[in-house]
Ligand binder design. Structure first.
Ligand code: PLP
Ligand code: COI
Length: 356
């Protein structure tokens, strides 16, 4: 265990650890997994990742249990999603086994950075895949670098499990219906920076995006999927522009286990008024209850970007958690998911890999 870290005050930010792992794709094949203690990489200045966005990443976590064992959550799902992303932007596909071997290796090598059980924190695992051969004409790379670094992390939203407000800002889209929204590529996050910054300045934890084409349906929250609770039903958007969240997939299973119905379908914005609870879910966000959704539009429809908060008016508010507390279903999901991840409850779905 690393004694110099204040485990109880970890945020969600980069901290250097002992090692990262790397694997190169050259001459049409993947090489061996290499271990590095440097957090720098050397790149050709004409690399396709720098010019044409051939960049994909993943995010998963390792947890230290009460029994001292380290568990990684659903890494095979992240491996599969990276393959889908690779197909989506024409990158070499990393075999699932290689991905899992690299995750196990990097976690083991950095064991002393996995936060203690009592802290409620975890080790965030960040795989990255980039095109690194030089090209000036637009086209895919012939060489790729896959790497994974890890960093101990606390909650993504500052105060942990707490209900926070989100906003709809109609002047921004995150991803196009037939674009790259279903892939975990850096460009989607670049596209969300301005709206995210504006949302934060206006006091919201995240921006809730509507579908880009019709601006009628719920897509997802900045770094997380959306879900709503209606009676005994878990409702989550079906959309061609959102990331298929592994946390969401897990919550759908947990909802069924709890005897709830699950519906994955388009959700009209007005339906927000019919949910008893709403939440965001993701690896970083875990389960984050939404206290309210404020829907903003421009006061002057002719105003052009750059926007400032004073350019907007809130037309509609959907409120949850009127007492300020997370609702019972969000709380049950949060507790159940974390109990499985930390090994407090049996892993009945085979989601967890113990690192030994
Ligand atoms: N949506 C976006 C845009 C994300 O960045 C993430 C985070 O990975 C998620 C959803 C949640 O996905 P997951 O549960 O697989 O972490
Ligand atoms: C994650 O939940 O792993 C994410 O990737 C969200 C964000 C930090 C980009």
């Amino acid at each position: 265990m690393n004694d110099s870290i204040d485990w109880n005050n970890l945020g969600f930010q980069y901290m250097k650890t002992d090692y990262n792992v790397r694997c190169y794709y050259r001459d049409g094949k993947w090489g061996e997994i290499e271990i590095s203690s440097s957090d720098q990489i050397s790149l050709h200045m004409a690399s396709t990742c720098l010019h044409y966005g051939q960049e994909a990443f993943e995010g998963l976590k390792a947890f230290r249990g009460k029994d001292g064992k380290i568990r990684v959550f659903r890494m095979d799902e992240n491996a599969k999603r990276l393959q889908k992303t690779s197909e989506g932007i024409m990158m070499a596909k990393l075999p699932i086994e290689k991905f899992c071997e690299a995750v196990k290796k990097v976690v083991k090598l950095n064991e002393r950075f996995v936060p203690p059980y009592e802290s409620g924190c975890s080790l965030y695992i960040r795989p990255l895949l980039i095109g690194c051969s030089p090209r000036v004409g637009v086209g895919p790379s012939t060489e790729y670098l896959f790497l994974i670094f890890v960093t101990p992390c606390g909650p993504y939203f500052k105060d942990g499990f707490k209900a926070t407000p989100v906003c709809v800002i109609r002047q921004f889209d995150r991803a196009a219906p037939l674009g790259t929204g279903t892939y975990k590529v850096g460009g989607n996050y670049a596209a969300s920076l301005v709206a995210g910054d504006l949302g934060h300045t206006m006091g919201y934890s995240a921006v809730l995006y509507l579908d880009a084409k019709q601006k009628k349906y719920i897509d997802e929250c900045g770094p997380a999927n959306f879900f709503g609770i209606k009676g005994n039903t878990y409702v989550t958007p079906k959309s061609s522009s959102i990331l298929p969240s592994i946390t969401n997939k897990s919550l759908q299973q947990l909802a069924k286990d709890m005897g709830m119905q699950v519906e994955q379908r388009p959700i009209l914005e007005e339906e927000l008024a019919e949910f008893s609870e709403a939440g965001e879910c993701g690896t970083a966000a875990v389960v984050s209850p939404i206290s309210k959704v404020d829907d903003y539009d421009l006061i002057d429809p002719n105003k052009e970007h750059p926007f400032v908060p004073g350019d907007f008016k809130c037309n509609k508010t959907y409120e949850y958690c009127k007492d300020g507390k997370p609702g019972p279903v969000c709380t049950a999901f949060y507790n159940k998911l974390r109990a499985i991840q930390y090994g407090d409850e049996p892993d009945t779905h085979g989601w967890v890999t113990v690192i030994d």
